[in-house]
Design a protein around this ligand. Sequence first.
Ligand SMILES: Cc1ncc(COP(=O)(O)O)c(C=O)c1O
Length: 396
Amino acid sequence: MADFVNTKMYELGTKKSTIRTIFEFGRKRASEVGEENIYDFSLGNPNVPAPDFIKNAIIDTVNEMDPVALHGYTIAPGDPVARDTIAGSLNKRFGTHFAGKNLFMTAGAAAAITITFKALAEEGDSFIAFAPYFPEYKCFVESVGARLDVVPARCEDFQIDFDSFEKIISKSTKAVIVNSPNNPSGVIYSEETINTLTDMLREKEKEYGHPIFLISDEPYREIAYDGIKVPYLTKYYDNTIVCYSYSKSFSLPGERIGYIVVPDEAADFEKVYGAIAGAGRVLTHVNAPSLFQRVVARCADFPSDISTYEKNGKLLYNGLIEAGFTCVKPQGAFYLFPRALEEDDAKFCEQAKQFDLLLVPGKDFGCPGYFRAAYCIKTETIERSLPIFKKLAALY
Ligand SMILES: Cc1ncc(COP(=O)(O)O)c(C=O)c1O
């Protein structure tokens, strides 16, 4: 019993997430039965190595820059040249009009989201997420003294259930958070979904007489298949704040690099950007990793290599459909979110574990009755897992 430390922090630090527990189980089983006999679909950790242009950019940056400047503090929002370069690249790609002053460099999307929540939240505020959603949102929101309200999933296609949203949005809604391409469903919100959402938000802003922010959590923006375009949300809604990460697009999750975009059109840009700087300060952000600010800026125009994820996604989707599963077709990210073969998704995942198939129950993402399979693993492991999925399905 930890009565001399903060109880909530103690719980957060010691109660393992389901995903971590499953992953650790997998590591233990691998040491018993061999790596090749474990089908671990639990973690969203990119298995594609960081591209060569990243390695070259690291070497060139280290060789070319004065080490005192390179390894020293940058100003809190980030190196001005890096921010200008990334803003220019976004403008070329998405037809936006950002300058460096619209960007705030962060240690990945987790920092970007938490800083944004902290910058906006006041006591009693609510933030809305749409199921299925990234489970960390809850502890990030609660850490800033606000509440996370969840709109139940629209299971036929994992777009947004607007009737439920209408019932949940209220005067205390400070922001809604969207994540597209989505973890865990792999779905990309259509332009129609975005238009309906932003029309509703504008109406509610008028009705309540205060801004409602749209936070776009975008670690998977680049991982979109079949040429599907992921709408750039600042172009649809003025009060949009973008939280981007290079963890998945350039396979750099350990380097902790990303950024926040606050567009000029946001209600009172100076206030929002100032509060983001203040939130970064109290969260002891100081500055995003200095070397990697320069590295990602050098590589800002380079494409992500999504070929492995695209191949894996198709292979697993087709294999699961053939085995009798139902699943919304993957459009992006590197997850599938099929229906579990029994109502209790946790029990189903326990059953799968008997076959050393490691899957994550949907209830962890606010969507019971489903499971998540992360396919950022070796293609060969997916190939070998397909007959095992068939064996599992045959039990039902
Ligand atoms: C939806 C979503 N948001 C945010 C993050 C955090 O990413 P980062 O490594 O950039 O902090 C993840 C990581 O898996 C994610 O899936």
